[in-house]
Design a binder for this molecule. Structure first.
Ligand SMILES: *Cc1c(COP(=O)(O)O)cnc(C)c1O
Length: 461
C-alpha cells in the first residue's frame, strides 16, 4: 500500500474494467454507464481531498469495495417501510392507514396487466371509472350516488366549486377548522370562489343564526366535522337534521364534510362518539365527503356520497377530471370496501380496524414477549400500561389503552438510542419520555417483534 497522490490516482477505465466490479454490476442489474458515472464522481472526490492536503493510503481493492457501497446506497429506494412504535394508528407522517393484504394484492393484479378501468366489458364500449365502486359505496352507505376523488380536501374543493361558486356558504364559526397544518376550511372556501358566511360564535351556534344568514345569494349550508378538536363547556351546535330541515325549507343543499367518517360502529367498542356515515346519509344530508385513508383504512382518496342529482353534476365538472383517482387507488379502495361487508373479516383483515379494536390482553402479551427478547444485562426494561390515540386528526377525545415496553440504560442516553433506531434498517420510530425510549405495542405487529428486539440488542455495538 502506498500513499495516494494526484498522479497515482487510477484512471477511470482501470476501475471500470475491473473484472470483479464488472461481474458484480451484472448481478446487481447496474448498467456500465451507471458504474462509470459513479467511478468518475468518486475519483473526482479523491482528487479534491488530496488537493486539500488529506493523506490517503492507496489500495485498488478497497476502492472497488467503496464504489460497490456507493452504488448500493444509490439503488436503495427513498420511499420505504418503517416500523411504527409510536402507538398512533393513523400517523399522517408515517403514511396513515396500512392497507389490507387483499387491497395490496388487488393493486398488484390490476397494475400488472391491462384492465377495464374505463371499458364496459359487456357492451364492448367505453365505460366510466366511477362505475367500479359506486355501487359498493351506495350499498354500504345507503346513498343514492357516489364518486371518488384524490383526497377529501379535493372533495371539499370540488363540491364548493360546483354547488356554490360565486355564492355564499353558511358555516358555523366553531367549525372553521384547520387540519394537518395546511388545510383550512376558510382558505379552501376562498380558493374555490365561494363567499364564506360565518355564523354564530366559537362555542355556540343556533339554528336561528343560520336562518338569519340565508338570502338569495346563499348556495350551500356547510357542516364541518370538527375532527381534530373538541369544544367543551358551554357549547351549542346545530344538528344535521335541523340543518337538513332548514335547507329543505329554503331549497338550499346541505353538505357535511365528515373528515374521517366511519363505516363501522366503533361506539360498540366504547370508542368515541363518531356518527356512522350511514346515519348521516339517512338524516338527509344532500352530500357528505370523507377520507379514504383515515378511519376507513384504505388508500388516499376522497369519497363523495349523496343525492344523485348533485353527484351527477360533480362528475361532469371539469375539476373532476383534474382530481380523478388512478387505477391503483380504485383497486385498493374497492378491496378495502369489500371487507366492510363481513364484520369478522373487517376486524381481522383491515389493519386500521384491527389495531383500533385490538383487545388489550393481546397487546399486553406482545409487550411481554418483546420484553423477554431484550437483553436485560444491557437494558433496564419496563412493561407498563399506557394510553395512545388513533391519530390522523380523528377521534380527538379518545384515549386508547395500550401496553408499552420502555428501555433505559445509564450507558446510552435515550436520544442517542432513539436516533440509532430511526437510522437503522428498517427504521424504527419510537418515542422518548424522560430518559426512557418507549415502544408502543398497539402498532407493532407480532411479525415485527424480533426485528425490534434485535435492533434494541444491537444498540450498543
Ligand atoms: C382530514 C380532513 C380533511 C382533509 O382530508 P384529506 O383526505 O387529508 O385531504 C378535510 N376535512 C376534515 C374535516 C378532515 O378531518
Amino acid at each position: 500500500m502506498s500513499t495516494l497522490e494526484l498522479r497515482t490516482i487510477p484512471a477511470t477505465h482501470r476501475l471500470s474494467n475491473h473484472p470483479s466490479l464488472l461481474h458484480w454490476i451484472a448481478n446487481e442489474n447496474i448498467s456500465l454507464s451507471e458504474l462509470t458515472k459513479e467511478i468518475q464522481s468518486y475519483l473526482h472526490e479523491l482528487r479534491q481531498r488530496i488537493s486539500a492536503g488529506e493523506r490517503m493510503e492507496y489500495n485498488l481493492e478497497e476502492m472497488v469495495e467503496e464504489i460497490k457501497g456507493r452504488l448500493i446506497r444509490q439503488q436503495k429506494r427513498n420511499l420505504r417501510t418503517v416500523i411504527n412504535a409510536t402507538g398512533i394508528i393513523l400517523h399522517t407522517n408515517l403514511g396513515r392507514a396500512v392497507l389490507a393484504k387483499s387491497a395490496v394484492e388487488h393493486i398488484v393484479t390490476v397494475a400488472s396487466r391491462y384492465s377495464n378501468l374505463e371499458y364496459h366489458i359487456e357492451n364492448g364500449s367505453r365505460g366510466s371509472r366511477h362505475d367500479h365502486i359506486e355501487q359498493l359505496i351506495k350499498e354500504i352507505t345507503g346513498a343514492e350516488a357516489a364518486m371518488v376523488v384524490n383526497n377529501n380536501a379535493a372533495a371539499v374543493f370540488l363540491i364548493l366549486r360546483e354547488l356554490a361558486m360565486g355564492k355564499e356558504v353558511v358555516v358555523s364559526r366553531g367549525q372553521l377548522v384547520e387540519i394537518g397544518g395546511s388545510f383550512r376550511i376558510s382558505e379552501i372556501m376562498e380558493e374555490s370562489g365561494c363567499i364564506l358566511r360565518e355564523v354564530g360564535t366559537t362555542n355556540k351556534t343556533h339554528l336561528k343564526d343560520y336562518e338569519k344568514a340565508i338570502n338569495e345569494r346563499t348556495g350551500l349550508l356547510l357542516k364541518v366535522h370538527t375532527s381534530n378538536f373538541r369544544t367543551i363547556g358551554f357549547t351549542k351546535s346545530v344538528t344535521l337534521s335541523e340543518l337538513v330541515a332548514l335547507g329543505k325549507k329554503h331549497r338550499i343543499p346541505v353538505y357535511e364534510d365528515l373528515g374521517s367518517g366511519v363505516l363501522y360502529d366503533l361506539r360498540r367498542y366504547g370508542i368515541g362518539d363518531e356518527p356512522l356515515i350511514q346515519e348521516v346519509i339517512a338524516q338527509g344530508a344532500d352530500l357528505v365527503s370523507f377520507s379514504g385513508d383515515k378511519l376507513l383504512g384504505g388508500p388516499q382518496a376522497g369519497i363523495i356520497a349523496g343525492r344523485k342529482e348533485w353527484v351527477e353534476r360533480l362528475k361532469k365538472n371539469q375539476l373532476a377530471r383534474i382530481l380523478r383517482v388512478d387505477k391503483l387507488t380504485l383497486s385498493a379502495l374497492e378491496s378495502t370496501l369489500h371487507l366492510y361487508k363481513n364484520e369478522k373479516l373487517l376486524l381481522t383483515e383491515l389493519p386500521t380496524m384491527r389495531d383500533i379494536c385490538s383487545p388489550l390482553h393481546i397487546i399486553k402479551e406482545r409487550a411481554i414477549q418483546l420484553q423477554t427478547m431484550i437483553d436485560s444485562h444491557k437494558w433496564k426494561v419496563t412493561v407498563r400500561e399506557d394510553v395512545t390515540e388513533v391519530g390522523g386528526g380523528t377521534l380527538p377525545e379518545v384515549k386508547l389503552p395500550t401496553w408499552t415496553v420502555a428501555i433505559q440504560s445509564d450507558h446510552l442516553p435515550a436520544h442517542v438510542a432513539e436516533r440509532k433506531m430511526r437510522m437503522g434498517d428498517p427504521a424504527i420510530i419510537a418515542r422518548i419520555s424522560k430518559d426512557e425510549l418507549i415502544f408502543d405495542l398497539r402498532t407493532i405487529q407480532e411479525d415485527e417483534l424480533s426485528c425490534v428486539a434485535e435492533a434494541i440488542n444491537r444498540l450498543f455495538t
